[in-house]
Design a protein around this ligand. Structure first.
Ligand code: FPP
Length: 251
């Protein structure tokens, strides 16, 4: 999305830089909640609570900057290995955040969606998530995709299985299985191409997040712990992106 197409009143630092191109799709691995809490001598849940505030700030910054799509890694399929208490805290926080923020999110023109398998969080939360998706489905200012019980390898395996089933059923030719058809079988179908992937807290790995989608994305690893992330850090990330030369394998 170019600066000219940014919503009115969106003249943030990010849209005013010389190259002008605001990334259409930004994904974030929100990391460092636990360390943030430990540094303050607080329980891990306090870090997650502050992390939810960082989600609120970042979402506002993304709307203001004119980003089309923001994908957040909120719960990986490996996060079930955490203590039962922490998993319960995370589920509770998501419910609380949904209840408190949904109207505001809807009013801002945000369309909420999910990747992964959020049904694993139980019928009550799953129902609320589906209702939130339904309530916001016609919004078009920003698409917020929350990855819940998500793993990229499982997503790719699921897409391969779907295509194989179609071949088996005789509704698809084997020759039709290519990058484009696999892309369309992923849960991320219909989202803009991923431009920028950010991970906070100084860790330098993708942790099974958007492996296919990140093929040509710019990667940015910042030391800020997620609970300290906000508009300033978000706009700095966009400015960093705008300073990069993207060649997509060409010269
Ligand atoms: C990583 O920090 C963070 C998570 C596993 C959970 C992310 C959840 C939130 C930001 C809160 C709720 C989300 C929404 C969408 C409202 P970590 O616990 O791995 O931190 P550490 O590596 O320092 O231990």
């Amino acid at each position: 999305m170019s600066a000219e197409r940014a919503p009115e009143g969106a003249a943030s630092d990010a849209t005013e830089t010389a190259s002008g191109a605001v990334p259409k799709h930004i994904a974030i691995i929100m990391d460092g909640n636990g360390r943030w809490a430990a540094r303050k001598g607080l329980p891990r849940v306090a870090g997650h609570r502050e992390g939810a505030e960082a989600v609120r700030r970042t979402l506002k910054a993304a709307v203001k900057a004119g980003v089309e799509c923001l994908t957040l890694y909120a719960f990986s399929s490996e996060n079930w290995r955490r203590s039962e208490e922490e998993v319960t805290d995370l589920k509770g926080l998501m419910r609380f955040y949904l209840e408190r923020e949904l109207d505001e999110i809807a009013k801002e023109g945000v369309r909420l969606d999910f990747i992964g398998d959020p049904s694993a969080f139980g019928p009550e939360l799953w129902k609320k998530l589906q209702a939130a998706r339904e309530q916001t489905k016609d919004n078009d200012r920003l698409r917020l995709v929350v990855a819940l019980n998500y793993g990229s390898r499982a997503e790719i395996a699921g897409a391969a299985r779907r295509l194989a089933e179609e071949v088996q059923a005789g509704t698809r030719n084997l020759q039709d299985i290519d990058e484009a058809s696999l892309d369309l079988a992923l849960q991320s179908r219909g989202l803009p191409e991923l431009d920028l992937l950010i991970r906070t807290s100084g860790e330098i790995r993708l942790s099974n997040f958007l492996l296919w989608q990140a093929a040509y994305a710019e990667l940015l690893f910042v030391d800020t712990l997620w609970p300290d992330f906000g508009e300033e850090e978000f706009n700095a990330a966009i400015a960093d992106f705008q300073g990069r030369q993207r060649r997509f394998g060409g010269r």
